[in-house]
Write a protein that binds this ligand. Sequence first.
Ligand SMILES: CC(C)(COP(=O)(O)OP(=O)(O)OC[C@H]1O[C@@H](n2cnc3c(N)ncnc32)[C@H](O)[C@@H]1OP(=O)(O)O)[C@@H](O)C(=O)NCCC(=O)NCCS
Length: 436
Amino acid sequence: MDTSGYARWFRDSTPYISRHRGRTFVVLLDGAAFNSPNLVNIVHDLALMHVLGARLVLIHGSRPQLDAALPDSLFHHGRRVTRAADLPKVLGVFGEQRVTLKALFSGGLPSSPLRRSDIAVMSGNFITAQPVGIIDGTDHELTGKTRRVHIRRINAVLDAGALALMSPLGYSPSGQVFNMASDELATDVAVALGADKLVIFNHADALRDAAGQRLSVLSPADLDAFLGDPDDMDKNHLRCAVRACRGGIQDVHLVGYAKDGALLAELFTAEGSGTQITESNHELIRPATLDDVASIVDMIRPLEERGILVRRSRDRLEAEISHFLVADIDSNVVGCCAIYPYEDTAELACVAVHPSYRDYDYPAIGPALLEAGERHARAAGAKTLFALTTQTHDWFVEHGFKDRGIDALPAPKQALYNYQRNAHVLTKSLDSTHDR
Ligand SMILES: CC(C)(COP(=O)(O)OP(=O)(O)OC[C@H]1O[C@@H](n2cnc3c(N)ncnc32)[C@H](O)[C@@H]1OP(=O)(O)O)[C@@H](O)C(=O)NCCC(=O)NCCS
């Protein structure tokens, strides 16, 4: 990359750096990542995130290592049964993995990106576990599941500026040690901590559609089509992703452990590199139907009367309803916008949020409408989005639009431009995809 390309890339990452600072990330590192030459790069990228102020909880998996150490393991519905006699080997494997990670985080040779970073990595008794028990007559013995996540202990480690490292282990009040499924543990920890993101370093670098195209954003409901057989443990990461979203984690990111820089590309660029699973805007914004016309009219009439929006008759609104998207909270229409495609551009019009939902924190309705509008415009083949506004110029600029002249409008729109209204013409490139 030349100097200006590098500078631009670094500048473009500024909003992501600000967004991730002080946020809690639970990171699941698939056991197979330990056999990848990319492991050292993953550690360097996690170190960079730590240095940039992210609060990291790292949980490793161990499936291939345990398969090798315990070749005669019994599985029930894909879950390993841990016999008492297996435990020393299990603990040996986990100990070796923790030491490997701690050694990698400690390497500070002058040639390493970790020089001068001085990252403290701390482990602890963060999990109280209970036995999975007897299922369909199979006693899972020392295979455990989460009974309690000690949030305060983990937060104490993070508050001290350290990275929390966990093996998939839990302890019972009687002092018994249990072997746990790392992806289920990572989900439990993320949900209990109220983490901002769960990141899963996965075998596949992303989910793909039938044509092999990467799916960069999906809702948990979209994942249903990928879950397959409940005993297929390869899909357990996806089941955990759904459970995490349903448990209140805003974003789950699947990234490939074998791909150099996958985490940084996923979290610090608009395009991403893996698949982001997020409930937020997919279920908030939906296409409008004729049943929404009355609510849209109620919302936009006062804005039309103040000259903020161009007046639309009810008939025109009904005729154009297929262009509209609405924000729907508990079956109430709380916002709308319309997308009108013109060859390689599209107009974003009639953006309105109900006054009680403006400046709303989570979810922010205006930005969600804008993001959904961009997605629809892109799907219609648009490379840019344009908007005409008289009183909302700064909001659009703050959301990536730039001032342009009337000649930036497509010809049919130029012909209709109302010089008396004298609206600002703003455009936004649709190169970038969405917030990460
Ligand atoms: C503009 C609008 C869609 C934003 O929706 P939202 O869900 O509140 O979106 P956000 O949360 O991103 O916006 C809140 C921020 O935008 C600012 N904002 C609201 N209206 C603005 C305007 N007309 N000009 C500049 N900034 C504005 C708010 O002050 C707030 O700023 P803050 O974050 O510093 O407190 C909403 O305010 C609205 O419906 N306004 C009336 C209709 C309108 O102007 N539509 C555009 C027609 S072209």
